[in-house]
Every structure is written in structure tokens, then in C-alpha cells.
Design a protein around this ligand. Structure first.
Ligand code: PMV
Length: 354
């Protein structure tokens, strides 16, 4: 598998012709990190390597309509509609995204764009809506590139999709690959690099073939501190270097657990990563807490249930208060009847198939 560098993603010549109008609709899933990305360097490069699972039923759908423009401007001209309405805060993020990527996709400036986007899950609630959103936008742009450059190399375009998505939101780089993605250089994962995510290259044990990620919607309010702010606090964080070492070791151990079918180690590492992420927030300067009392109450319920039954159900957290429960499908009935509050709770279920 070739590893591309940044220059490989710059088109070498202008396309032969531009269609006068162009339309395309696509979907992209969110993802949940098991090994967390928290802290960046340079232009959206990760401080440590991360590993995630796609959440195939938590989707952003985006439709693009492009019209060839008479004038080529420096800025990309676009209108962005979310749930049918203009959304100033999303539009601002997308304008920044275009500024960062235009060098790699200069052809986008030839068009005036309308994007219509919607999620089938609540945004800004610790479910990575920016991941699926930027992944969908990147898939659209690469589809246009494929139309303009019919000879382009498919593998290069596959990685370029992740490369572009990363420049929107780091975790978005992991929403355009297969089910298990690795983003960031790690000595034990061949092909892994900081510029784009790759498919996890080793065979995963059949123990993990059918599992569920159940998101407990404990809070739907917009979170108080954005991940951008949180990432920014890592540079001067007293635990920055220990965290880099811990993430590297955790990814090595997780990779072994995935190959060996070891749910116990998988679960211990998953929970350790989730709690470390939040511990890093609580020990930043300024410090902050994104968990809510309900988050902690559920963590205790899950631990009690697991201790009593031995059933492998573990939790993880994104940058928010909502819990993700991860377990092998075969235990679902026992988990639902043992943790009976789960039946009533508001939840989103994703079936992960390896
Ligand atoms: O992609 P961002 O900048 O929203 O950061 C996401 C960070 C976490 O969701 C907390 C962890 C991760 O690896 O997805």
C-alpha cells in the first residue's frame, strides 16, 4: 500500500473540460474512537495515532448542486443549508474548510455551490456530526475530481478523500474508510500516517465480528467547550508527553486484543481511553468537565452489572456527556433485561459488522 505525501494530492494540470452543472448526493457515517485523538500539531495533524469504528447507522446525507461560474474568485462560493435552513455557524466552519483545501481541489473555485445537508441524529451532542459532515463533503469533492480527471488513480483518490476530510475535522478523516480506521503514525500499523486515515490492516478475530455501539442520549444540549478549544489546550498540558506514550501503548495493546479476540483487554483499554480523554480535560488550564451526573451514574451501573454477570459490556465517551455502550450482539437481551432502565432510555443503536 503506497503512502502518499501532501504534494501527491495537488492536481498536476487543469482538467480538460468542466461540465456546466453538476449534482451529486452522498452519505457518510459518524465514527467512535476507541483510541482517542486529543491534541494536534501543525495543520490538523494528530498528536497521537487513533483507532475508530464506523457507526454505519448514524449518517449525514448531503446533496451538492454546482453551477459553472463566469468569474473565478479566490474564495469558494457556496450556500450551505442544514435541515433546509442556512446555518451561520456551520457555514463559517465550511468556509474555513474550503480555505484549507482549495490548494488541493482548485477546480471547486470554478463553481457556485449549494449544499443541502441533514443528519439522522442530533448534532453537537458528543456524536461526531462534524466527522460525518466533513466526510460527506469530501466524498462529494472527490466525486467531482473523478469526473474531471477520469484517469485519476483510485487508491490515491480514496486516501485524498480522508486527507481532505481531515482538514475539516480530524476525526472526519476516519469516516471515509472501512469499518476500522487508523489515523496517525504508529510503529505497529504499516501504512499509518498523520495525513490521512487508513483501513486497519490486520485481520480482526471473529469474536468482534458482530458488535453493537449503543449511544445513550443523556444530554442533547450543545456542549460547553468545543473540541477545537480542547485540542488547543494540549500543547501546554502538563501530561502531554505521558499521554503520547500512553496512546501509543494502548494502540499496540488494542491491536493485539483485536487480533486475538480478547474482549477483556479490548474493554479495559476502551474505558481507559475514555476516562483519560476526560481526565485530560479536567486537568487542562483552564479545566473543564463535559460529563454530567447522569454519565457517572451510568458508568457505575455498567460496572456493577459487569461485575455481577461477567458480561462484556464496556463504555466509551466522545467529547461530550453521552455514553457509548459497546458489547457483542449475542448479549443484547441479557444487557437490556439486566440494565432495565436501558429499555426506556433514549438511545441510538449502531450495528458494527467486521
Ligand atoms: O475531530 P475533532 O476535532 O472534533 O476531535 C474529536 C476528538 C474526539 O472525538 C474526542 C476523539 C476522537 O478521536 O474522535
Amino acid at each position: 500500500m503506497p503512502v502518499y505525501n501532501e504534494k501527491d494530492f495537488i492536481p498536476k494540470q487543469a482538467p480538460g473540460r468542466f461540465p456546466a452543472t453538476w449534482e451529486f448526493q452522498t452519505q457518510a457515517p459518524s465514527n467512535i474512537a476507541i483510541i482517542k485523538y486529543w491534541g494536534k500539531k501543525g495543520m490538523q495533524l494528530p498528536m497521537n495515532a487513533s483507532l475508530s469504528f464506523l457507526l454505519p447507522q448514524s449518517l449525514t446525507t448531503t446533496k451538492a448542486s454546482a453551477r459553472l461560474s463566469d468569474k473565478i474568485s479566490d474564495k469558494v462560493k457556496f450556500t450551505f443549508l442544514f435541515d433546509g435552513k442556512e446555518n451561520a455557524s456551520f457555514s463559517k466552519k465550511i468556509a474555513v474548510f474550503f480555505e484549507r483545501i482549495v490548494h488541493y481541489v482548485p477546480y471547486v473555485k470554478r463553481y457556485e455551490w449549494t449544499f443541502e445537508s441533514e443528519n439522522n441524529f442530533p448534532h453537537s451532542a458528543g456524536i461526531a456530526s462534524s466527522a460525518s459532515g466533513f466526510a460527506a463533503l469530501s466524498k462529494i469533492l472527490i466525486r467531482l475530481e473523478r469526473t474531471l480527471y477520469p484517469e485519476a488513480d483510485e487508491i490515491l483518490l480514496y486516501h485524498k478523500t480522508s486527507f481532505l476530510a481531515r482538514l475539516g475535522s480530524g476525526s472526519a478523516s476516519r469516516s471515509v474508510t472501512g469499518t476500522v480506521a487508523v489515523w496517525g503514525t504508529h510503529p505497529g500499523i504499516p501504512g499509518s500516517n498523520d495525513l490521512y486515515a487508513i483501513d486497519y490492516p490486520f485481520e480482526i478475530h471473529r469474536e468482534f465480528r458482530r458488535m453493537t455501539d449503543l449511544i445513550l442520549l443523556l444530554e442533547k444540549e450543545k456542549k460547553e467547550v468545543s473540541s477545537t478549544t480542547g485540542h488547543g489546550l494540549i500543547d501546554k498540558h502538563p501530561f502531554k508527553h505521558p499521554r503520547i506514550d500512553q496512546a501509543r501503548n494502548n494502540l499496540s495493546r488494542l491491536s493485539e486484543a483485536l487480533q486475538q479476540g480478547d474482549w477483556d483487554s479490548f474493554g479495559q483499554i476502551t474505558e481507559n481511553e475514555a476516562l483519560t480523554l476526560h481526565a485530560m480535560m479536567m486537568t487542562s488550564n483552564p479545566y473543564f468537565i463535559l460529563m454530567q451526573p447522569e454519565t457517572l451514574r451510568w458508568i457505575r451501573l455498567i460496572w456493577d452489572f459487569r461485575n455481577k454477570t461477567g458480561i462484556p459490556v464496556y463504555f466509551t465517551l466522545d467529547a461530550g456527556a453521552n455514553l457509548h455502550l459497546i458489547y457483542p450482539d449475542v448479549y443484547e437481551q441479557k444487557i437490556l433485561s439486566g440494565l432495565d432502565e436501558l429499555t426506556q432510555a433514549e438511545k441510538i443503536i449502531n450495528r458494527i459488522r467486521l
